[in-house]
Design a protein. Structure first.
Length: 549
């Protein structure tokens, strides 16, 4: 059986289906459904020439995308449809472009007697833009627009459309057009709707992020919206698709301000999918393609198994997985397989903890690890917001961090607690040891000129931390522990990059100034390392006493 969309709800990054499950009460989506089934026909495939029929997943997306608040404002201001290759993204994008040009997709009035509780009206002077960094990327969507609304068709006649190859005119002042990064029309045009095509290919090398920023500025003037279509991206290339995914994650983790929400539609294969196993791959494809009745799963499997198909390409295109960067420490899928949200850590249970702190630039984290089974769980995560205004900088709430440490000692039997020193020296060397050192079974630095019960300066423990990284990565591969599915920890683990040194392979950020943080990954590795020291100390105690401790 295909996996349930609710099977991994611990972290937003682990969800196999991202559309909200509860349908909106107020929506103009039914207006689009009604008009499309009246005017449009299937342009190709087994139903070519027959009246258009939506599948359930398309209707669900429309109902959400055209949802409105009680004051008539849009619920979502940015949308993304990231679906596997062959899921029908281009025809659906063309349908929405035509809807924005012709159909009643702006609120006229509320009416509880009609489906969705909303009556719509067409956009006045619509300017619908299908955008990409190169005109060739818009070819599939525009081809579908022309197939849906050819010259002489009922929709062309009723809405007075003048079709062209890359532009449609609608009397008296409506336009649907193709827009590229090189187009002078990109700057300043107040579009009423934007379809951003294949944003996994919108890269810094072709001006994609700058182009996207310009388009968003244009839309902000008119309060209009952008809908992206994309396949899974190649991580690390800084594509617009990857940036939109991060924006959605930030929203789901509660890290954004304002009410501009992102609607994200993705169906993703389960992380344990084995491309080599027929049953596993079949179940994954049945889930990913769900109600896409036109998808030939047998052909897709043969394509995946073809000797000339790269595994990474197959995962991105058909399982909808962003494949890991070349220097990635581990994969999102491998980490997701370790989630066990059913586990809870009871009060007074013996645990180990690790703290990695910053005051402003990086994140600050506190992660625990249960001594009995090695289960990893997050006790605190603080990520300063990055301000682009000169002289403005967000800071970690020191009092909240201190309170989280003290609460952990009040609640659990903390037998080992190591903490990096930099930027938190007074707490790590003075305040916390004064309160808690006599409760610890192991000391961070037990011998030497300056023994330290908690302070574990990572700058002086490169060898030990490298060992900890290699052991942790091996344990991920062999699934030797579980974690709580915390979304911030999952994101930091996915951000971590392999950093070889003379002792082995440690981890590091993508670049020193990268906004992609890894601090909670450091804490998880550290917490597992501290647990090892506690178990070793307990073993020595048993040997000395001759009793089971």
């Amino acid at each position: 059986m295909p996996p349930s969309p609710t099977s991994r709800r611990g972290s937003p990054a682990d969800r196999l289906s991202t559309l909200p499950e509860e349908l909106p009460r107020l929506t103009l989506g039914w207006e689009v459904v009604r008009a499309a089934t009246k005017y449009l026909k299937h342009p190709n495939g087994p139903r070519a020439g027959l009246r258009w029929e939506f599948v359930d997943s398309q209707i669900r997306f429309l109902l959400h995308w055209y949802a409105v608040n009680e004051d008539g404002s849009w619920v979502y201001h940015h949308g993304v449809r990231r679906l596997a290759k062959g899921s029908g993204k281009s025809p659906f994008a063309a349908l929405i472009a035509i809807a924005e040009l012709c159909f009643p997709v702006r609120l006229k009035d509320f009416d509880p007697r009609v489906p969705g509780g909303c009556v719509g009206q067409p956009v006045s002077m619509p300017l619908v833009q299908i955008a990409a960094t190169a005109e060739s990327q818009t070819a599939n969507t525009m081809r579908m627009v022309r197939a849906f609304a050819p010259k002489g068709s009922r929709i062309a006649q009723d809405f007075q459309l003048d079709p062209g190859k890359t532009k449609y005119f609608k009397a008296p002042e409506g336009t649907l057009e193709v827009l590229t990064a090189s187009s002078r029309a990109a700057e300043g045009a107040e579009g009423t709707a934007l379809i951003a095509d294949e944003t996994e290919h919108w890269l810094p090398s072709n001006g994609g992020p700058e182009f996207a920023a310009t388009l968003r500025d244009n839309l902000a003037k008119s309060g209009s919206r952008m809908l992206e279509t994309c396949n899974a991206w190649e991580p690390g290339l800084e594509s617009v698709a990857e940036d939109s995914w991060r924006s959605w994650l930030a929203q789901e983790e509660g890290r954004v301000r304002g009410d501009g929400r992102v609607l994200y539609d993705a169906r993703i294969a389960a992380p344990e999918t084995d491309l080599r196993d027929d049953a596993s791959l079949t179940a994954a494809l049945e889930w990913v393609y769900d109600d896409c009745w036109w998808a030939n799963l047998k052909s897709i499997k043969q394509r995946i198994w073809s000797p000339d198909t790269k595994a990474d390409d197959a995962k991105r295109k058909y399982l909808n997985w962003p494949t890991a960067a070349l220097d990635a420490w581990t994969t999102q899928q491998a980490w997701a397989q370790l989630v066990d949200a059913s586990k809870s850590v009871a009060d007074k249970e013996p645990i180990a903890m690790f703290f990695d702190g910053s005051r402003s630039r990086d994140a600050t984290g506190l992660v625990g690890c249960r001594i009995s089974d090695g289960h990893v769980f997050v006790l605190g995560a603080w990520e300063p917001e990055i301000s682009h205004e000169a002289g403005k900088q967000d800071f970690v709430p020191v009092a909240a961090v201190d309170a989280a440490v003290r609460q952990a000692f009040d609640r659990f039997d903390v037998q080992g607690f190591f903490a990096d020193v930099r930027e938190w020296e007074s707490f790590v060397r003075v305040d916390w040891p004064a309160e808690f050192s006599d409760r610890l079974l192991v000391q961070a630095v037990p011998t030497g000129k300056t023994p330290e019960p908690i302070a574990w300066d990572m700058r002086g423990h490169t060898y030990e931390f490298t060992q900890a990284c290699e052991l942790f990565e091996a344990e991920i591969r062999s699934q030797q522990f579980t974690h709580d599915g915390n979304s911030v920890l999952a994101r930091h683990v996915a951000n971590a990059r392999r950093r070889p040194n003379r002792y082995g392979v440690s981890i590091g950020k993508e670049s020193p100034d990268s906004r992609l943080k890894i601090d909670l990954a450091v804490c998880a590795i550290g917490a597992r390392w501290v647990r090892r020291q506690v178990l070793a100390a307990a073993g020595k105690r048993r040997i000395r006493s001759g009793k089971v401790w």
